[in-house]
Design a protein around this ligand. Sequence first.
Ligand code: HEC
Ligand code: HEC
Length: 379
Amino acid sequence: MNFAERIPMTRPAFLLGLFLLFLAIGCREEPGGSTVVDEGTITGPNTPTPYALEVPDYFPAPVVDPENPLSEEGIELGRHLFYDASIFSTEGNMSCATCHQQELAFTDGFGRAIGVRGEPGPRSAMSLVNLAFNPNGFNWDGGEGKLWEQAIHPVENMLELDNDWQEVIRKLREHGDYPARFRAAFGIDKVEEIDPELTVKALAQFERTIISADSKFDRVVYKNTDFFTELEQLGADSLFFVENVPPGTLHPGCGHCHNAPQFGDNKFHNNGITDVETINDFVDKGRGDITGNPFDNGKFRTPTLRNIALTAPYMHDGRFETLEEVIDDYAAGGHGVENEDPNITGFSLTEREKAALLAFLHTLTDEALLTDPRLSDPK
Ligand code: HEC
Ligand code: HEC
């Protein structure tokens, strides 16, 4: 199944499918019956070490998932899985990191992500920073409620046949290294206990540690260890943020939705980029496909602008190549579609102001993130 063929599934159907999958894998007959009972026993440490996320004090509290507490071993297992093409793709050439590359703030540089068959899917790969702080669902449409559930679909997308999760689990159970890592992370005793749920939970644990909080913006505004240039300051005070703007003034006001410190409110808006006759005509209905409410058609989750200078092309379908194009489009003020957000007002900038807004956007780049060894390929 690739992105283009993805059929929207209702949540009960999805959960039932997941359950049946676990059941199918869990009930696999072991050759030899009871005499080989001990063969699948995993030895080694089985007590996960609890891990507390390092969260800057000016961030909101991370969303806690009681079903998937963090441990050092779980995070490390997730990191191995995230980068392991030999486990996840049929051809052995694709991992999560193919589309979520650390040096591009965990995006892929493509407008629309390229699937295992070399064809672009409908949407752009998202940056994976600061996912632990998003309470409103994952993907552009917020359709995945839990981070660990989200990972089921990309694995399927990397595979060719519907039952290939079974193949993934077989490879993990027979692997020389993974069974001990699963035991260390989740305390299991038998290889049979390695299943899709533990696999995606480990991935989610690693993903939660991808925290971006060391941009120039953080250093200037929260840590007081750096200074904005005059141009960056102009971009911040008078253009991006909305403080001290007289009511009624046409103004970029990006901070209405891309608010600090996450630079994305995780809420769903039509930000005015698509010209359609009516709200029923969006090619990608985004949030509307999740809620079934036509007024949500064409709405997407406000993504973070952290590291935005590194994550071109832009928007859910990668329609804009550059930040200049993005600013010009916002300046045009939408297309008068009825559910466009009232904060999409249009505005005009002098050359200097445009340069200032761009300069400000560049202060959101976190260089340390791009090479942090804790987030890199463990091999
Ligand atoms: C073929 C490229 C590709 C691969 C491989 C891939 N992703 Fe993604 N990822 C995407 C795209 C495209 C989206 C946006 C999906 C959507 O909105 O429908 C996305 C979205 C996400 C999100 C949501 C982020 C957010 O802010 O909501 C997470 C988390 C994620 N991917 C994790 C993973 C993990 C874990 C793997 C490996 C199991 C993986 N991805 C493999 C392309 C890919
Ligand atoms: C009404 C809320 C709102 C306002 C105001 C707003 N944005 Fe956005 N922004 C969004 C939403 C929602 C998206 C995702 C839309 C999509 O992909 O279809 C987005 C996407 C983006 C993206 C693409 C991000 C990516 O990862 O591809 C950039 C860049 C961006 N906005 C910059 C800005 C700038 C600069 C301003 C001010 C001129 C601004 N935004 C004002 C809501 C808003």
